[in-house]
Ligand binder design. Structure first.
Ligand code: SF4
Length: 450
């Protein structure tokens, strides 16, 4: 899974500086304005953009997100569009549709012939599909939209789905950044939270991954899975560092509405979920340990090994408003400043593609102010924003345009603002997402995010 861009978005995004319990709902911010304001009325605007020839003077990079929505098991905290019941024929059908969708983009005036700057295989679990399926998909996509010049090809993996041959195939297709969903090192916690893998599978695959020599190997952890204690968390951080990944990404456990856990809580099941302060303490502990091991902050979630210059192209491109085609069921795209999303159901996604049409479901055409806000809040998640970059791009001084929000958060010691840079403090970094609604237009503040 990739929590930098959830495919089924969290809801609602409200400021939670004072809340301590982990309530049902989510604070992770992946886009703006909230999805509940997107509509099928705006789909025609998205189609207009796609049928307008690309203007090279606009100087926007183009990336491709490929959604592989299959998993071995549904994690109890998962809110993504995933399927755990599809057979090999279903997967072939889906991948055929995915390949065809990319071919349709390759013919559209806005996206035809543009080089891909990055490619992201997300899910779901991209490593769930077999090597034959993966090679066939890549061959078809590459024929339509080659990625030979891409700065980054990223691929998400679940440890228990990898074989040595599959790791080599992932390397062969040009992947530069492999992200491994470790989440926790304690088998009882992994099992309780519905993860399909066990810790020995992590140890089995890491030597294959190291041997394949990817430019960057990331490992994801979640602070505050059900059953977590200080002791298990310390062990998880220690054992992850011993595996020497190039970067480590730590998320704080949330309870979005449509998860197994959230449904259980609503049905009255007793469940102990760590409060926000405890999760922040665990997150802070992880950052300290990781920093002591020679890593530096890359965002409010990710720390990268000193000297590794690979970065995270996909994240930076999305957060700076570059173009991205999101191919696959329920996937989100952002092209020419317009947002759009694919149909979120299997048949609704595949049927239009069979007829040669893009399966667009809803869209949103932001105002200039909304585009500015989107880029500002997403870049705040890196922990540092340079106001001059916004003046150059939007002709707006963000320190003036968002004066009240900056003043409030500065008074709460969540950030320090100056004309050179807005920098989140240590406390601000640990709750970055909960700060962002301060910058929202009033009508979006308490909106549902789905
Ligand atoms: S691995 Fe778990 S969290 Fe990730 S997409 Fe699959 S079910 Fe969701």
């Amino acid at each position: 899974m990739n929590q930098d861009l959830p495919l089924v978005a969290p809801e609602p995004a409200t400021t939670r500086l004072d809340s301590s319990e982990t309530e049902i709902g989510s604070v992770f911010v992946s886009n703006y304005p909230p999805y509940s304001f997107w509509s099928d009325d705006a789909v025609s605007a998205a189609r207009d953009v796609l049928h307008t020839p690309y203007d090279p003077t606009s100087d926007r990079d183009l990336g491709l997100y490929l959604h592989i929505p299959f998993c071995r098991k549904r994690c109890k905290f998962c809110y993504f569009r995933v399927y755990t019941d599809k057979n090999a024929d279903d997967i072939s059908t889906y991948l055929d549709g995915l390949g065809r969708e990319v071919e349709l983009y390759a013919e559209l005036p806005q996206t035809a012939g543009r080089p891909l700057d990055f490619v992201y295989f997300g899910g779901g679990t991209p490593s769930y599909i077999g090597t034959r399926h993966l090679r066939a998909l890549v061959e078809r996509v590459q024929a339509a939209m080659p990625w030979t010049g891409a700065r980054e090809v990223a691929f998400e993996c679940e440890p228990g789905t990898l074989t040595e041959a599959k790791v080599q195939t992932i390397r062969d297709i040009g992947v530069t950044r492999l992200s491994l969903g470790v989440e926790n090192m304690d088998d009882a916690i992994l099992a309780e939270n519905g993860r399909a893998h066990v810790s020995k599978e992590i140890y089995r695959v890491v030597p294959w991954i190291q041997e394949a020599d990817f430019a960057q190997v990331n490992m994801d952890l979640i602070a505050g899975m059900i059953g977590e204690t200080w002791e298990t968390w310390r062990e998880t951080v220690k054992k992850t560092l011993e595996l020497e990944p190039d970067s480590i990404t730590v998320y704080q456990m949330e309870l979005p509405f449509n998860t197994v856990y959230s449904r259980g809580i609503r049905d009255g099941e007793a469940m102990t979920v760590a409060d926000w302060q405890t999760k922040r303490d665990w997150h802070a502990y992880a950052f300290e340990q990781i920093a002591d091991a020679g890593y530096h902050q890359s965002s409010a979630y990710t720390m990268i090994r000193d000297g590794n210059e690979a970065g995270f192209v996909y994240r930076d491109a999305v957060w700076t408003g570059q173009d991205m085609i999101g191919a696959g069921v329920a996937s989100f795209s952002h092209v020419g400043g317009t947002h759009f999303q694919n149909a979120p159901q299997w048949d609704d996604y595949l049927a239009p593609i069979r007829d040669g049409a893009l399966p667009l479901f809803r869209a949103f055409e932001p105002t200039d102010r909304e585009r500015l806000t989107r880029e500002l809040i997403l870049q705040m998640k890196t922990g540092r924003v340079e106001p001059r970059a916004f003046s150059a791009k939007f002709g707006v001084d963000v320190l003036v345009a968002f004066e009240d929000a900056f003043a409030k958060l500065e008074s709460e010691r969540m950030l320090v603002a100056s004309p050179d840079a807005v920098t989140l403090t240590h406390d601000g970094l640990l709750r970055a997402d909960s700060l962002l609604p301060e910058f929202y237009d009033a009508k979006y503040r308490n909106a549902r995010y789905t």
